[in-house]
Design a protein around this ligand. Sequence first.
Ligand code: SUG
Length: 415
Amino acid sequence: MLTEINFDGIIGPSHNYAGLSLGNIASASHAGDPSYPRAAALQGVAKMRGNLARLGVQGFLLPLPRPNDALTQMLALDGTEPPQLRAAPWSASSMWTANAATVSPAPDTADGRCHLTPANLVTMLHRAQEWPDTQAQLKIAFGDTRHFAIHDAVPPTFGDEGAANHMRLCESHDTQGVEVFVYGKTGGRFPARQHEQASRLVARAHGLDPARTIFIEQNPAAIEAGAFHNDVVAVANGPVLFTHAEAFADQQLVYDAIRAAFPALEVVEVPSSAVSLREAIRTYLFNAQLLTLPDGSMGLIVPEECRESASVWGWCEGMLAGNGPIRQVIPVDVRQSMANGGGPACLRLRVVCAPDTVDPRFLLDEAKADLIERTIAAHWPEQIDPADLGSDNLANSVISARLALLDTLNLAQLG
Ligand code: SUG
C-alpha cells in the first residue's frame, strides 16, 4: 500500500548562522548570531514526533559529515579568507531535506518505480557540497531497486533545488498525479535557484507523462521579496493547491494549465489584501506541511511565527470558519531552523512509497525518537558562535556527535 512518508532532516551538530544564502532574508538577517544546535535538533525531533502521532509513519535522514575536509581543501582555506567562505564546509544545510531530491512516485513514472534525483544545489557553495553524500544516503534508505531508482544530480550548468520547487496534485497519494515544476528566470536582484532546463531534465529522467507534467514560472516579484524557493509561497497536497496570490508569474495561467491536466484541482488562494507577500515570507505561512490526516481531512503544520502575525492568523481563523478542505492549522516551534529560512516544509522530503520497501533504519518510532533525543542532548553543542567555525575543538565535537548518532541508529556505514 503506497502512502506518503515525510523524511525530516535531523538537524546536525554544526547548525550555525553564517549568512550564506543570498536572497534568503532570514539567513541574511541572522548572519553572525549565535546558534543553538542542541535546541534546534530537539525542535526538529519534536516536530517529527507530532507527525508520527498524527500519521502513524515518519522517516528521517541523517546529517552529512561536517566540517567537509574536501571542500576546505578545495577552497584553500588558511584563515585569511572571508568568514563566509570559511563557514561553507561547516554548514548543516542538509537539514532542509525538501532540497535533498525531487521525487516522482511510482504511479507517475513510466517504469512504475519511485524515482529520486538528488538536487545539485549549485547556486550556493555551501549547498552544492551536499548531493554526493545525500545520494549515498538515499541509495541506502531507498536501496530496493525493484521499487526505487536513484539518479545522479543534473549537470551543474542547470541549478536544481529539488522538491522545494516541485508540487504534485492527485486524487489520493497512491493514484497517478500531475507533477508541477516551478522555475525562476535570472535577471533580478537575487538568484533564481531553480532553472527550467533542470526541471525538464528531471521530468524526462523520471519517465513522467508529458500530458501530466507542467512547467511554470515563479513570480519574479516573489523571488525579489525573498521567495528563494517556490515552497515559500505555495504548497500542494492531494487535489489542493494552497498558494499566495502572487506566487507565480501568471497565476491564472497556472490554474488553467493544472486544471487542463487535473480537473479536480481545488485552489486555496490567499489574497495579497489579506496577507502581503512580505508577511507571507516573513511568517512562512506557505512553508507548511499540508497533510492528509487519517480521517481524510487536511491539516496544515505551520511555524509558530504564523500565530504571532495578526494578518496571517486572522486569515487562518477565517479559513477554518469556512468550508474549505483544510480543517486544522497546527503551529510548531522550529525557530532555530526558521532563522536560517527553513520552515516545517523545508525540513521534510515527501516520498510516496510502501513503508516496508524503505530501509527500516530510516523510519521513526517512539523508542527511536527517545534514543535520538538522548543522543542529541548528550552530544550536540549547546551554542555555536560563527567565529568558532574553523576551530579544531569544535570540529572534534561536531564529528563525534554525528558519529554517536550514526552508531545509535546502526548506520555507522555512513561514517
Ligand atoms: O538553501 N538556508 C537554506 C534554507 C533552505 C530552505 N528550504 C526550502 N525552502 N525548501 C537555503 O537558503 C542558510 C545557511 C546560512 O546562512 O548559514 C541556508 O542555507
